[in-house]
Design a protein around this ligand. Structure first.
Ligand SMILES: [Zn+2]
Length: 148
């Protein structure tokens, strides 16, 4: 299942290529040899503090992800979830991941959303908002400070 257009300029590969470790002035929450976590451009349902977990190597979707990355995704998700609980005082965490246009995928590089949740937050009925750069940097710093 491939949907990236020919010559696709991948924004997540651009981010991965520019990494030399977490930059204290960036929206990167963490990066290691396999994955990075970043505050994305958008938030959903008015809920701020969501992250994307992204493999540093380009895979288009879940059908291409090697099994060997599975533990890295679980570990990164757990670290982020715990940091969100401490930094954002959220009451729950949701993850979601989209594959193909019918699955609402719109960036053609595998990524998993990790979203802080609150009772009655209306995530699924809410609008898509755009972060300011300052918000992204500030949220990343708050989450980075709570990573263990
Ligand atoms: Zn890519």
């Amino acid at each position: 299942m491939k949907h990236a257009p020919l010559g696709y300029e991948c924004p997540f590969c651009d981010i991965a290529a520019g990494l030399s470790g977490p930059n204290p002035n960036s929206a990167i929450v963490f990066a290691d040899a396999n994955l990075l976590a970043v505050i994305p451009l958008h938030y959903y349902g008015g809920i701020k503090g969501n992250c994307l977990v992204v493999p540093r190597i380009h895979y288009e979707n879940a059908l291409e992800i090697p099994d060997s990355l599975g533990n890295h995704f679980f570990s990164a998700t757990r670290r982020l979830a715990n940091a969100m609980l401490r930094a954002l005082d959220c009451e729950g965490i949701s993850t979601r991941q989209h594959n193909g246009p019918a699955g609402d995928q719109d960036v053609w590089h595998y990524h998993q959303h990790v979203i802080p949740r609150y009772y009655g937050d209306g995530l699924h009925a809410g609008h898509k908002g755009v972060y300011t750069t300052e918000e992204r940097v500030e949220l990343a710093a708050r989450l980075r400070a709570e990573l263990q």
